[in-house]
Design a binder for this molecule. Sequence first.
Ligand SMILES: NC(=O)C1=CN([C@@H]2O[C@H](COP(=O)(O)OP(=O)(O)OC[C@H]3O[C@@H](n4cnc5c(N)ncnc54)[C@H](OP(=O)(O)O)[C@@H]3O)[C@@H](O)[C@H]2O)C=CC1
Ligand SMILES: O=C(O)C1=N[C@H](C(=O)O)C[C@H](O)C1
Length: 270
Amino acid sequence: MEDVPGIVVTGASGRMGRVLLRLLAADPRCRLVGAVEREGHPWIGRDAGEAMGGAPLGVTVTDDPVEAFARAQGIIDFTAPEASLGFAALAAQARAVHVIGTTGFTEEQIARLEPAARHAVIVRAGNMSLGVNLLVALTRKVAAVLGEEWDIEILETHHRMKVDAPSGTALMLGEAAAEGRGARLADLAERGRDGMTGPRGRGRIGFASLRGGDIVGEHDVLFATEGERILLRHVATDRGIFARGAIAAVLWGQGRDPGQYSMMDVLGLG
Ligand SMILES: NC(=O)C1=CN([C@@H]2O[C@H](COP(=O)(O)OP(=O)(O)OC[C@H]3O[C@@H](n4cnc5c(N)ncnc54)[C@H](OP(=O)(O)O)[C@@H]3O)[C@@H](O)[C@H]2O)C=CC1
Ligand SMILES: O=C(O)C1=N[C@H](C(=O)O)C[C@H](O)C1
């Protein structure tokens, strides 16, 4: 079936990479055409399905993204910030849609995606699930209605292997809350409280991170004032929700004008 887009998965052996390989191999709307891991990885040269301990998928894992991307119309990338920046340049050269699920970018790293986005479609989101993107829209609305006498706190809880904090999702929620209040998150965020912090700043948006076990991802947005509280909550129990969102994004991006897009664009929630 050459008429459906060919998709490459980077970070193929990762928690998200494995879920993506399985879902893409079974999805008639696209073809899995490549799996990329870094040089020296034990999966290199092996069939991706067999490397996962399952049936062959007919795709050999490679450490050469240039060769893999040349066969692809879409790249799905859940790796690490510097790796994703490198893949963005290569995806742009191949004019392939680059879906970036990676989190933990600095502002400076996000700015470095711009040259690639002049030549190809990039869809980037700290969370690809429908539920979280709806929660983001709700958070913006609630924050816009409630005044500064309502404190906003964002709590995120993840598995013990997660390397970045606050989570990409928590930052999306914080940005939405700040936007709802007509402000920038950078001006309101209160991160990493410890010791004699003094009382909470009025109008600030607080963040807290918990890490433990195999928790897939939980996010709470608390709006608290005197005498009442509102709690908006999303609980992920299966990484398939992120992978299905990423596949929807890579299909949505086909034939679009170059530029940077978000899951809000893909889901029509923007
Ligand atoms: N947007 C969303 O909806 C979601 C985003 N995420 C984000 O996706 C990212 C990956 O998450 P997860 O799958 O749990 O992480 P893992 O650590 O399980 O997987 C990351 C994969 O990327 C590979 N990788 C890292 N650096 C490089 C590099 N320089 N070149 C090539 N490959 C590289 C790793 O290889 P190696 O093992 O050799 O380092 C590994 O295979 C994180 O940033 C996470 O926050 C996760 C879930 C949902
Ligand atoms: O690292 C993870 O696992 C996840 N990362 C994303 C984030 O940083 O918000 C999305 C999801 O919560 C899982």
